[in-house]
Design a protein around this ligand. Structure first.
Ligand SMILES: Nc1ncnc2c1ncn2[C@@H]1O[C@H](COP(=O)(O)OP(=O)(O)O)[C@@H](O)[C@H]1O
Ligand SMILES: [Mg+2]
Length: 284
């Protein structure tokens, strides 16, 4: 559904690339996530794919259409959300959706039923400017859905949200995919990448450092860890040790032999741990 080859972008039109040779494919109905820290090139990639900035070098097609040509048909096929809420703060939720619906020449969703879907029916007649951050993000998602898109591009759909609002959005995205929609999203939140995405690309300094399902990434890069709690001088000390690293394994043995060990739990590496191992950088 999305086909990208060797995509490059330089804002300075020189050898400093914000996106420096990115290649990936997204299959129909897949939720594909770009996971990376600030400045990694996530938004730039999305902007090229959605025609906000021109494609300088490489290839990109959306449902077989060349992004470089910016076909009008593509606009009707995709739904897009940006990092900054792309809705009018002085209009109500309802007015926003009715306005954006009028911009398309394909059948659109009924604004009210879309507001119901994202749980904003009670706030339909309030100005978007009065909405909480979580409500605004839901309105932004509703806006992206107004033209019944087959492909959704969501830039940081849960950034800055509390855990409950974030979960709400994640669940909505899952429901949308149930309808066969293909989703490309960017995030620096490893939980979102881990729980929502079928496949994740680690992006760092404009390049993809690893790409696979969260489970396969953990199997390939995650080392088995043991979390040990032992008692010493009356207080409980916690240590996390690798079961693969020899020195760590010796330390674990020594603790078991010489200390009063209270608990040992095996621990799976998180996507963030793996991101750090692969790229040498933290996500936040
Ligand atoms: N409009 C712009 N002009 C110049 N540089 C930009 C612009 N937008 C982004 N950049 C730079 O490009 C790099 C990638 O940015 P971006 O794609 O926004 O990353 P991300 O979305 O992963 O945080 C960063 O170094 C950023 O400073
Ligand atoms: Mg960004």
């Amino acid at each position: 559904m999305i086909h990208v080859r060797d995509l490059h972008h330089s804002y300075t039109h020189d050898a400093r690339y914000a996106v420096g040779g990115v290649t990936f494919d997204v299959a129909e109905g897949e939720i594909f996530g770009f996971l990376g820290p600030n400045g990694a090139g996530k938004s730039t990639t999305q902007k090229i794919l959605t025609g906000v900035i021109p494609l300088q070098r490489g290839e990109a097609t959306i449902a077989g259409m060349d992004v470089r040509r910016r076909p009008a048909r593509m606009r009707n096929l995709i739904g897009v959300s940006f990092e900054q809420p792309n809705v009018y703060m002085r209009l109500t939720g309802y007015e926003n959706l009715a306005f954006f619906a009028s911009l398309f020449d394909v059948p659109t969703e009924d604004p009210m039923s879309l507001l119901r879907t994202v749980g904003l029916e009670d706030a339909a007649q309030q100005r978007a400017g009065t909405y909480s951050k979580g409500m605004q993000q839901r309105l932004v998602l509703a806006r992206a859905l107004i033209n019944r898109p087959r492909i959704l591009f969501l830039d940081e759909p849960v950034a800055g949200l509390d855990p409950a609002s974030s979960r709400h959005i994640v669940n909505l995205i899952r429901e949308i995919r149930q309808g066969g929609v293909t989703v490309f999203l960017t995030t620096h939140d490893m939980h979102v990448a881990d729980t929502l995405c079928d496949r994740v690309a680690f992006i760092n300094e404009g390049r993809i450092a690893a790409m696979d399902s969260p489970r396969a990434l953990k199997l390939a890069y995650g080392q088995q860890l043991a979390e040990v709690e032992y008692r010493t001088d009356g207080s409980v000390v916690r240590e996390v040790l690798s079961l693969v690293d020899e020195e760590n394994a010796r330390r674990l043995n020594a603790l078991i032999m010489n200390r009063q060990v209270e608990t040992i739990h095996s621990q799976e590496a998180s996507l963030e741990d793996i991101f750090i191992r692969v790229t040498g950088r933290e996500l936040a």
